[in-house]
Design a protein around this ligand. Structure first.
Ligand code: 5GP
Ligand code: ZN
Length: 112
C-alpha cells in the first residue's frame, strides 16, 4: 500500500467506492467522474504506479485484468462493445498513479 495513493485507500476501504467486482487481487469500481453512461475501472489491489512500472511477475495479473474487462462490461450492459484505456505517465494523461484500466461505453462508436 502506498500511503498517499487514492486507489490504495479505496482498496483498503478507507475511501468509499461504487464497487462492481472484487477478487483476491483485483478490484473494479465506477469512476467518480464518468465520461460516458458506463465508466468503470479495473485495478490491481497491489500498488503498481503505472503500466511502465509493471514487471514480468505481473504478467498473469495483467492478463486477468484484461480478461475481466469484457465480462464486467457485459454485466454493466455494454452488449455492443466498449473502450479500454490505460493512461501511462504524465505525458499519457495519467492523474492517479496506481495502474488502472478504464472501461468506457454506452456513448456509441467514437473515433480515437
Ligand atoms: P487517469 O487520468 O489517471 O487515467 O484517471 C484517473 C481517474 O480516476 C479519473 O477518471 C477520475 O475521475 C478517477 N478518480 C479520481 N479519484 C477518484 C476517486 O476517489 N474515486 C473514484 N471512483 N474515481 C476517482
Ligand atoms: Zn496505490
Amino acid at each position: 500500500m502506498s500511503e498517499d495513493c487514492i486507489f490504495c485507500k479505496i482498496v483498503a476501504g478507507e475511501i468509499p467506492c461504487k464497487k462492481i467486482y472484487e477478487g483476491n487481487d483485483i478490484l473494479a469500481f465506477h469512476d467518480i467522474h464518468p465520461v460516458a453512461p458506463v465508466h468503470f475501472m479495473i485495478i490491481p489491489k497491489e500498488h503498481i504506479a503505472s503500466l511502465a512500472d509493471a514487471h514480468v511477475r505481473h504478467e498473469e495479473l495483467l492478463g486477468r485484468i484484461l480478461l475481466l474487462a469484457p465480462i464486467l462490461a457485459k454485466e454493466q450492459g455494454l452488449d455492443d462493445g466498449f473502450r479500454t484505456i490505460i493512461n501511462t505517465g504524465r505525458g499519457g494523461g495519467q492523474e492517479v498513479f496506481h495502474l488502472h484500466v478504464h472501461v468506457i461505453g454506452g456513448n456509441g462508436p467514437r473515433p480515437m
